[in-house]
Design a protein around this ligand. Structure first.
Ligand code: URA
Length: 254
């Protein structure tokens, strides 16, 4: 087999992909000598592992690759999308009661954003869902700090200039206006840092409230805030189809 065809991964990734802990935890276990490759203790997290040939053990037990799991969380605001916070603030992992495997987050939501967060140990799917080239749609409900004119909404839809470049066209729908605020729904196909907040600032307003209501084919329907549920097999199939189709369309264009 040619070198390029070998399936290589670093040891810390192999452990986290097996669903037994985060990469940070894996690095610390490796450092403390709990992990062996082909019977030899390895204390370097960046050690390359050949997935087809090498045998990895953790505390002497062979690593079993974890079953894929997909969890949909309705994140409340005030919870960090991070495994641990040095300042001790609550994280989304505090809400995943009764989930034994380590699941990574598919993208992030800001501390002050609530809504749909997908978590999984299926790294390939997570990567496909977050690859900006795949243009997976994400929908948000926004309460703006001002009333917005049609012209401002059109600018959001056509693309605004941000410090990291212009935004792609978005779908923007005015939901309603109150005396002082516009409520709108926006669907974007990128996932840049604080993107919706920065887009609103670019048209001279601010986000007062932000809720993600949809990611690809997934919605929050039926889920209460702070709660999670496993995806149904049909939802997993739909997600896989969407991310495969998105990948194919990128290949066709390149
Ligand atoms: N856009 C933002 O500005 N924040 C989020 O959390 C998600 C999208």
């Amino acid at each position: 087999m040619k070198q390029t065809e070998r399936r290589l991964k670093t040891l810390d990734r192999v452990l986290s992909k097996a669903g037994i802990g985060s990469r940070t935890e894996a690095r610390s276990w490796i450092g403390s000598g709990r992990v062996a490759v082909n019977g030899k203790l390895i204390q370097t997290p960046d050690h390359w592992v050949d997935l087809d040939r090498d045998r990895v053990t953790f505390d002497g037990k062979p690593l079993q690759s974890a079953e894929s799991r997909y969890v949909l969380l309705y994140k409340p605001k005030g919870f960090l999308t991070a495994y641990r916070d040095p300042e001790g603030r609550p994280t989304v992992y505090d809400l995943l009661t009764d989930v034994k495997q380590f699941l990574g987050t598919v993208g992030r939501l800001d501390l002050d954003t609530s809504g749909l967060l997908l978590m999984t140990n299926d790294n390939a799917l997570a990567e496909a869902m977050t690859n900006p080239e795949h243009k997976i749609p994400k929908t948000y409900l926004v309460k703006a700090s001002t009333l917005l004119t049609d012209e401002q909404l059109n600018r959001l839809a056509n693309g605004v200039e941000l410090s990291d470049g212009p935004t792609r066209p978005a779908t923007v729908v005015r939901q309603r206006d109150s005396e002082k605020y516009t409520f709108l729904e926006i669907t974007i196909t990128e996932g840049r840092n604080r993107q919706v907040r920065r887009m609103l600032e670019a048209v001279g307003s601010k986000v007062l409230k932000l809720v993600r209501t949809r990611l690809g084919p997934l919605t929050l329907e039926g889920l209460s805030i702070g709660k999670w549920r496993d995806l149904t097999p049909e939802e997993v199939t739909r997600l896989r189809k969407q991310s495969r189709a998105a990948g194919r369309s990128v290949k066709r264009k390149s």
